[in-house]
Design a protein around this ligand. Structure first.
Ligand SMILES: NC(=O)CC[C@H](N)C(=O)O
Length: 725
């Protein structure tokens, strides 16, 4: 291969790559390592005095306030366990509004005055920390001169030991709040919203005769899609390194049109990476279950099993960190961006949501008798009402500059929020709208119970990939969240809007029962009312069809296309009131989230714009000019030799070069524009001036990629990044 571009060197390095040695230990039984590094219930039961264990468990299972006296005993047992596992430090781990994980490590060891040191870990150190951490986005909730921010132990999410070849660290999942107790993180509202939702779900369960059941929590099963790219290519792409997506790159001759990668044989190198990663996840008690190739070349998915919402959120963050680290070890970069490559499938993080507890399981499972089904339909109706009433908030919960590139194409749902129920369930709700359900579509006839509600078929019906919120048999799958996002944002919203619906339903049914109305009848009337009022959100058709936005508009469903259309939903009077009522966010906290949303949007696009300018001017343009010179030299030589020359080849390269120069000038001007310091104005500028200016630069550069001589082209191409692993 001739030429000496960074790209060509990367190709040579990829060819010379030698994979790392296998990690599996011969003597290890499969699955044996599961939970090995987790301070879980089994460990606690073994190591804690009985009364302490009972007290911790009642906090976890029934939401009882943690007895402070218990903390010392737990801390001491946790420290001994962690030291035995080789930990030298402990860290309160928290989830600031950057969307990433944050941690501050402290040594267990403190000098005791005689020149030696002893391991110390008191209850108060376990329960509270003061990391300062004043530089995180806070949307005006803290001034840096009031630098106090506190972390507080989340008892319900187990502590774990994180390994490093040079020593281990005890990690304690925590909330992160300001001095005034306002949320500065993603976990605090998640716990608050879970509590609100659980409380009202329990009221409904009581009406159905479950008078003494465990605390109801939300469950979350996040499906994580991601891309893997050889690190040599990754490092030769400053756009990938700095923004997580390719800002340049012409469409390769072959994309995903053959669907030959989807669920195909997993490449050996990738499978090696997956196995290595899953072993690490297993040690941390993360229930990694499913792995497969995704739709786009170079794209894959991992789906862990359901867990309690807050634990799933913690695990999901840990999963992303683990993936990043282990991918490097295998010579690859793991990309979590929602759209790293234009024109092929993007990456989502579908949030599978349900609610329930260990006694009753998921409350979104159709039962096998009419009574259970009435309960199931009530919870389903709560979802339908919540999604219809607060569609804007759901849309806002997945709004980001990066996810904007993904929504509405390649099997990612459109920005219009609707619900897919599947034919059978939709049919039942249609019948309910007209009066009591009497028959079932498809799977034979439906058994009609004494209380007029049917036995439901357990088969959920079809799947619909274009629906943002799809019923899949025992849960709802919120498909709009992006691969880079924490699941906490969507979960907070779902929990809170569900709290509102469940509260509404419980209040109605309680009043009816108190007034002496027959319970079955009260349920029937309520279901009819809800589906009549909120049925417009149910859509089983093709979310990509041109007719859908028109139909959606007729139904009064919003189409909030970009982040800037969606974010204002956070601060409508109705939203402020909702989150305040269920004690999830006060008004200040909501405003801070809105501000941070805008700020992150602007920052993301500003970085991309600067990168586009830099790469366009210093990498792409010089390569194109070199090629132009070669063509011009060739023409001059031909002319000198007396050959009749055609200037078209020179024009062919000169035209896009001129276009690139002018687009770069336009982008430079857009970047230099003074739009003041108001968050909304800056974000508007990013959307309306920077994004189009970047698109112009890209169009010219991509046109050049198709013309410039291969041995001069400096950036690894789509073909190389997507197909070489
Ligand atoms: N087949 C699939 O589930 C693809 C989903 C798609 N990658 C998304 O962005 O959501």
């Amino acid at each position: 291969m001739s030429g000496n571009t960074v790209r060509l060197q990367a190709i040579r390095d990829v060819e010379a790559y030698v994979p790392p040695a296998a990690v599996f230990i011969d003597t290890e039984a499969p699955g044996e390592v599961f939970g090995e590094n987790v301070f879980n219930q089994v460990v606690m039961q073994k190591r804690l005095p009985k009364s302490v264990y009972k007290s911790v468990m009642s906090t976890i299972e029934h939401g009882a306030t943690l007895d402070p006296l218990v903390a010392d005993a737990v801390a001491s047992a946790m420290k001994d366990w962690a030291l035995e596992k080789g930990a030298t430090h402990y860290a309160h781990v928290f989830y600031p509004l950057t969307g990433f994980t944050a941690e501050k490590h402290d040594s267990f060891f403190e000098p005791v005055g005689d020149g030696t040191a002893l391991a110390e870990f008191a209850g108060k150190t376990l329960t509270q920390g003061e990391p300062d951490a004043s530089s995180f986005p806070n949307g005006g909730l803290r001034n840096t001169f009031e630098a106090r921010g506190y972390t507080g132990w989340d008892v319900t999410s187990p502590a774990y030991v994180l390994e490093n070849p040079n020593g281990n660290t005890l990690c304690i999942p925590t909330v992160f709040v300001s001095m005034t107790g306002e949320a500065l993180d993603h976990k605090t509202p998640l716990l608050r919203s879970q509590q609100a939702m659980g409380e009202h779900a329990e009221r409904i369960l009581r009406l159905f005769g479950h008078t003494d059941t465990k605390k109801v929590v939300s469950f979350c099963g996040p499906e994580q899609e991601y891309f893997l790219v050889d690190r040599h290519f990754f490092l030769a792409r400053p756009d990938l390194v700095n923004s997580g997506r390719t800002l340049f790159g012409s469409k390769p001759p072959k994309g995903q049109e053959f669907d030959d990668h989807y669920f195909g044989a997993i490449p050996e190198r990738v499978l090696g990476f997956m196995m290595d990663t899953e072993r690490e996840l297993f040690k941390l008690g993360i229930p990694a279950k499913t792995r497969h190739n995704e739709v786009a070349p170079g794209q894959f998915e991992i789906a862990p099993m359901f867990e309690r919402g807050n634990i799933a959120a913690d695990h999901q963050q840990l999963l992303m960190t683990t993936f990043k680290t282990i991918a490097k070890k295998h010579g690859m970069e793991c990309l979590f961006h929602e759209k790293p490559f234009q024109g092929v499938n993007g990456s989502g993080k579908h949030v599978n949501f349900s609610l329930g507890n260990s006694e009753l399981g998921s409350l979104l499972v159709p039962g096998d008798n009419p009574h259970d089904n009435a309960q199931f339909l009530v919870f389903c109706a709560a979802v339908i009402r919540a999604v219809h009433k607060y569609a804007g908030l759901l849309r806002a919960s997945v709004a980001s500059a990066t996810n904007d590139h993904r929504l509405g194409a390649n099997e990612a749902p459109p920005a219009i929020i609707s619900i897919f129920l599947g034919d059978q369930l939709a049919d039942i709700f249609e019948q309910i709208a007209k009066g009591p359900a009497t028959s079932s579509k498809g799977k034979g006839s439906m058994t009609i119970g004494v209380d007029t509600l049917p036995v439901l078929p357990t088969d959920p019906g079809d799947r619909n990939r274009t629906s943002p919120f799809a019923f899949t048999g025992n849960r709802f799958e919120f498909r709009a969240p992006g691969s880079m996002q924490t699941v906490s944002g969507p979960m907070v919203t779902i929990n809170t809007i569900m709290a509102d619906s469940l509260d509404y339903i419980a209040t109605k049914l309680e009043a009816d029962v108190a007034a002496g109305t027959d319970f079955d009848e009260a349920v029937q009337t309520l279901l009819t009312e809800i589906i009549t009022e909120h049925g417009a959100v149910v859509f089983n058709g093709d979310g990509y069809a041109d007719a859908w936005p028109i139909e959606a508009e007729k139904r009064g469903l919003a189409n909030l296309k970009t982040t800037l259309d969606a974010l204002p939903e956070l601060i409508t009077p109705a939203a402020l009131e909702l989150f305040e009522k269920y004690k999830v966010f006060n008004h200040r906290e909501m405003h801070s989230r809105y501000e941070i949303g805008l700020e992150q949007y602007t920052l993301t696009i500003a970085v991309e714009a600067k990168l586009t300018l830099e790469i366009g001017a210093t990498v792409v343009l010089p390569a194109a000019v070199r090629h132009q010179t070669e063509v011009a030299t060739n023409i001059a030589a031909l002319k000198a030799a007396g050959v009749e020359v055609d200037l078209a080849p020179l024009e062919e390269v000169s035209t896009p070069i001129a276009a690139l120069r002018s687009a770069l000038a336009g982008l430079r001007t857009a970047l230099a524009a003074d739009v003041g310091h108001e968050a909304l104005a800056e974000a508007e500028h990013a959307r309306s001036a920077l994004l189009p200016a970047m698109a112009e630069v890209r169009a010219a550069a991509d046109a050049l990629e198709e013309i410039v001589s291969d041995d001069l082209w400096p950036l690894p191409t789509y073909q190389e990044m997507l197909f070489v692993l």
